[in-house]
Design a protein around this ligand. Structure first.
Ligand SMILES: [Zn+2]
Length: 212
């Protein structure tokens, strides 16, 4: 995707670090309890994350245990929590990276918020911003946002490109609301209708992977 800013496509999905001590284990148990309570409450997916972990700047690396003391995280923290807890609850889940086209007013507010913290704004490039979410489902996925209770459908305004990340699966296709998505590849939404016949046939094959 040569037309996408390298500064954004080079970002890896955020990973929360863990101390070799019980502190981080306790935090993960607390998060599992939150996710379990939400699922018992009849909700599926990670929409509880944004209510428990408020959105805002953080300085990386982020450790699990700091979320107990200071429940704040950017979209990367929230997506990492969503991935971890969905998997713990037995859902097939993958990380999703998005490049969104945002309104100038929003970007200006975010720039200001991040500039006033020790965090960096490497996730904004011109009118584009980098965002993280999760995809729930195996062959047919729903893209869920842990920052706000949004289900990305592909018809949303503002999604420029996305990458569905699956470290257990080198390539393969998943069906996102009728759109075939190549795993582990930045994909422009303009390309939705351009998949070849062989790619569509490939999509009929079962995926071979491990945990997901
Ligand atoms: Zn810790």
């Amino acid at each position: 995707m040569s037309d996408l800013p390298r500064a954004l496509t080079a970002i890896a999905p955020s990973q929360i670090s863990s101390h070799a001590a019980p502190c981080c284990q306790a935090s993960r148990q607390w998060l599992i309890a939150q996710a379990t309570a939400a699922s018992i409450d009849g909700r599926t997916g990670p929409d509880w994350v944004g209510r428990r972990i408020r959105w805002g700047p953080v300085v990386w690396p982020v450790y699990w245990c700091q979320l107990l003391r200071e429940p704040t995280g950017d979209c990367g923290v929230q997506a990492a929590i969503a991935e971890f807890t969905c998997r713990e609850l037995g859902m097939p889940v993958r990380r999703v990276q998005l490049i969104l086209r945002c309104a100038g007013q929003e970007l200006a507010q975010w720039e200001l918020l991040w500039r006033n913290s020790p965090s960096t704004t490497r996730w904004i490039d011109g009118a584009l911003c980098y965002h993280e979410a999760v995809a729930v489902g195996d062959r047919s996925i729903r893209i869920l946002d842990a920052t706000e209770p949004v289900i990305w459908t592909g018809r949303e305004d503002g999604i420029v490109a996305l990458r569905v990340v699956d470290p257990t699966c080198g390539d393969g296709l998943v069906d996102w609301d009728g759109t075939l998505i190549n795993l582990n590849t930045w994909q422009s939404l303009e390309r939705h209708e351009d998949l070849t016949r062989s790619e569509r046939q490939l999509a009929q094959r079962p995926l071979i992977h491990g945990r997901v």
